[in-house]
Design a protein around this ligand. Structure first.
Ligand code: SF4
Ligand code: SF4
Length: 233
């Protein structure tokens, strides 16, 4: 077979030649998002699309814009913020109490329900923290899509396999940062190794001023939010 979903998938989610021993993992990767720094430019969404050849209608990462008013909370993410956000008109600006933008992606949970439900073991937790999908085994049943409490998974409309953020595994397994992190102009997205005491993410983690999404789900996420308002769902 010269081409086909299986071949393409192997390239995108290629596993390392020697998968590290889980008990000797060198790195403990985490991802930090500082809401106070996000300006909603959408650079990260565009970089992810380019880097991972993500089809037009789906997103591995996206940015939501929240608008708080006396009448309620409004959330929007036009095209995942691929083109950023338009300025609010005067009428909305008068009503606004606060507005902020929130990047979303797979939380690379330590207790991932998506892994538990996969009937063929195609989705798994790698030793250094990535939750990955091996497309050579994925049968596209979408059990994992339904199991994820964060709605970050989808069935790739071209490959017909489960898809999501891999923390740019093809980059990060070679010591590079995820594409979204490299293009953020305001350091809203950070990536680093908790085993490194000097890493910026380790210092932020140790300060303890972070939150995770939906802690009540007990998924133990590896994505930590700084400055996350309580209105975020
Ligand atoms: S955020 Fe969803 S897809 Fe990602 S590891 Fe957690 S349960 Fe799985
Ligand atoms: S690139 Fe950075 S500032 Fe721009 S939307 Fe993404 S996270 Fe926010």
């Amino acid at each position: 077979m010269a081409s086909g979903p299986g071949v393409a998938a192997t390239k995108k989610f290629a596993l390392p030649e020697n998968i590290p021993d889980p008990y000797k993992a060198k790195h403990h990767w985490i991802y930090v998002i500082n809401i106070n720094n996000c300006i909603g430019c959408g650079n990260c969404v565009r970089a992810c699309k380019r880097e991972n050849s993500v089809p037009d209608t789906v997103f591995r990462t996206w940015v939501e814009r929240y608008l708080l008013t006396n009448e309620g909370v409004y959330v929007e993410s036009p095209k995942g913020a691929l083109e950023g956000f338009e300025h609010y008109n005067e009428e909305i600006r008068k009503k606004a109490i606060r507005s902020f933008t929130v990047p979303k992606l797979c939380n690379h949970c330590h207790q991932p329900p998506c892994v538990q439900v996969c009937p063929v073991g195609a989705t798994f937790k790698a030793p250094e923290g990535h939750v990955l999908v091996d497309w050579t085994h994925c049968i596209g049943c979408a059990y994992c899509v339904q199991a994820c409490p964060y709605a970050v998974r989808f069935i790739n409309p071209v490959e017909h396999k489960a898809d999501k953020c891999s923390w740019c595994y093809h980059r990060t397994s070679k010591g590079m940062r995820p594409a979204c992190v490299t293009v953020c102009p305001n350091k809203a997205r950070l990536w680093g190794d908790m085993n490194d005491n000097e890493a910026e993410v380790t210092k932020i983690f140790n300060e303890g001023q972070w939150m995770v999404l939906k802690p009540q789900m007990h998924t133990d996420p590896s994505v930590f939010y700084v400055g996350l308002p309580k209105e975020v769902i």
